[in-house]
Design a binder for this molecule. Structure first.
Ligand SMILES: *[C@@H]1O[C@H](CO)[C@@H](O)[C@H](O)[C@H]1NC(C)=O
Ligand SMILES: *[C@@H]1O[C@H](CO)[C@@H](O)[C@H](O)[C@H]1NC(C)=O
Ligand SMILES: *[C@@H]1O[C@H](CO)[C@@H](O)[C@H](O)[C@H]1NC(C)=O
Ligand SMILES: *[C@@H]1O[C@H](CO)[C@@H](O)[C@H](O)[C@H]1NC(C)=O
Ligand SMILES: *[C@@H]1O[C@H](CO)[C@@H](O)[C@H](O)[C@H]1NC(C)=O
Length: 368
């Protein structure tokens, strides 16, 4: 379905509803799935934290969003879109579905009919950081989804709701903050302690996935943890400016365990499908091929202050670079619009190197 001008919309109500369904993209190509439900941290947040107290991680001020339409700071930790926006675009939507905390009763007819979806992600949250008061924990994000699901069910009936949910995509992008938190309090590093940490964390991850499955989720698009030891924040603590190897090691250990977890869950959860997109492999690959991809700077953040622009966040009085797509990182922790674009492309269409056991496109197209 190509571009459809509003004046071509038919008058008949029946047809109108049909077109409404086909056009729930709000312009552009028709959506390939009914809805996208998003869970996770600042790599996925599109503005939920704007509604939280002062002390929660926020990005709803300049220079964030400088390359977003109308240079609007939306709460995304990016100069433009984040990876979730690009996944949504690949799936035929305009960008990420709206933040759950932005929903008011009146304005969400499509969402309440099980279309378009909702983004529950909250910057600073983690898989097991459930004691942190200033973010929406994963547990709470799933409760918020359960509430939306009951609204949808009340509107369209449980049979239709379950059918639409089973065809919808559930994106999860989390884990990095748990690893940061663990790393920062490690005092006597040892393999036993690290293995226990990863096992415990991945077990909690499994609980969240099972909870979503129970609520009707069938198609999971999981984004793994990037090489967080190589972000400007981490590098700024290495005298040589290299990556913090231990952080990457923890991220890799976690990512491998998540692969094993999802393989096992698929054996017990009937009808469950998944793809794990490797932001780890994508970022590593960008670092290796940065020049060919048009990057000029892969260590220093575009926006910030101090060493590697990583001593402060991207606040209104921080400096920022003029050519954003020359930078791998937007701020001390987060990728630029360009990096998210490349990452989502690799994970959506890419080879086994970037997404296993299938890529996101196959996940979308698979019949449930
Ligand atoms: C939404 O609806 C509930 C009842 O279903 C009501 O209590 C609440 O005030 C409404 N909120 C808004 C913002 O209209
Ligand atoms: C969902 O339903 C609950 C209970 O009726 C209501 O309070 C809430 O506002 C609804 N949420 C939305 C986004 O409409
Ligand atoms: C190993 O690490 C764990 C957790 O980090 C810690 O509690 C434990 O004391 C450490 N063991 C040794 C022998 O250092
Ligand atoms: C710091 O970077 C160097 C490479 O430049 C690396 O060899 C070293 O292990 C890194 N230090 C830490 C603590 O990871
Ligand atoms: C920005 O300005 C405020 C007030 O002048 C100051 O407290 C803060 O440290 C500054 N931040 C940066 C990144 O320079």
């Amino acid at each position: 379905m190509g571009f459809v001008n509003k004046r071509f919309l038919p008058r008949s109500l029946h047809l109108f509803l049909l077109f409404d369904l086909l056009l729930n993209t709000a312009g552009g190509e028709a959506a390939k799935v009914p809805a996208i439900y998003v869970f996770g941290d600042s790599t996925a947040d599109v503005g939920n934290n704007n509604y939280l107290p002062e002390n929660s991680p926020k990005a709803n001020f300049p220079h964030n969003g400088i390359d977003f339409p109308f240079s609007r700071p939306t709460g995304r930790f990016s100069n433009g879109y984040n990876a979730i926006d690009f996944f949504a675009i690949h799936m035929g939507f305009r960008r990420s579905p709206p933040p759950s905390l932005s929903l008011s009763n009146k304005t969400n007819h499509q969402i309440m009919r099980g279309l378009k979806g909702v983004n529950f992600a909250s910057g600073g949250s983690g898989i097991a950081l459930d004691s942190m008061g200033s973010t929406i924990t994963m547990t709470k994000q799933i409760q918020n989804f359960a509430m939306i699901k009951s609204n949808i069910t009340a509107r369209i009936g449980s049979k239709t709701a379950d059918h639409l949910l089973s065809k919808s995509i559930f994106l999860i992008s989390t884990g990095g903050n748990d690893i940061f938190a663990y790393y920062s309090q490690m005092n006597s590093p040892n393999n036993t302690g690290e293995e226990l940490f990863v096992t415990t964390l991945v077990s909690k991850y499994g609980d969240h996935v099972k909870e979503l499955y129970t609520l009707g989720a069938r198609k999971f698009g999981v984004v793994d943890v990037p090489p967080i030891g190589c972000c400007p924040y981490s590098r700024s603590f290495n005298a040589t400016g290299g990556c913090i190897d231990k952080m990457n090691e923890l991220a890799l250990g976690f990512n491998n365990a998540v692969r094993a977890l999802m393989r096992n869950l698929r054996l017990t959860l009937k009808g469950m499908k998944y793809s794990i997109g490797s932001s780890y492999e994508v970022v590593l690959s960008i670092m290796k091929n940065s020049e060919a991809l048009g990057y000029k700077e892969i260590k220093t953040a575009c926006c910030g202050a101090g060493k590697f622009n990583a001593r402060t966040g991207c606040t209104p009085n921080a400096t920022y670079c003029s050519v954003r797509h020359h930078y791998l990182f937007w701020d001390m922790l987060h990728p630029t619009h360009m990096t998210s674009k490349l990452a989502s492309l690799a994970i959506y269409h890419g080879s086994q190197n970037f997404a296993t056991p299938i890529n996101f496109k196959q996940l979308v197209e698979d019949e449930v």
